[in-house]
Design a protein. Structure first.
Length: 100
């Protein structure tokens, strides 16, 4: 069905993301990325990391596929935050309608 092993890559991406929650810096109750978002810098932080790891691919440690997984992970984090904001706005709108 897939021509570029997308199913395999999706599985590997999920495994990579899951592994980041087991790393030492993810053991705290609140992750650094959450704090960055709470302080209003999440979008820039994610875009900066996407650019960083995309530019690093092929240079540091050669064509290290982990760099590409990091690009995808920060993209997913940013997409998740965008969808969370959309849901918050939708919930706020429904709450306003209910209170009117």
């Amino acid at each position: 069905m897939y021509k570029f092993n997308e199913d395999l890559i999706q599985t590997r991406l999920k495994n990579y993301i899951d592994s980041t929650y087991d790393q030492h810096y993810a053991q705290a109750k609140t992750q650094t990325t959450e704090i960055v978002f709470e302080n209003g810098h999440g979008e820039g932080f994610c875009i900066g990391n996407i650019i960083k790891y995309a530019q690093r691919f092929g240079k540091k440690d050669g064509k290290n596929e982990k760099d590409l997984y990091k690009v995808l992970h920060y993209t997913i984090i940013l997409l998740g935050a965008m969808h969370e904001e959309e849901l918050k706005e939708l919930n706020d709108y429904h709450l306003e309608l209910k209170n009117d």
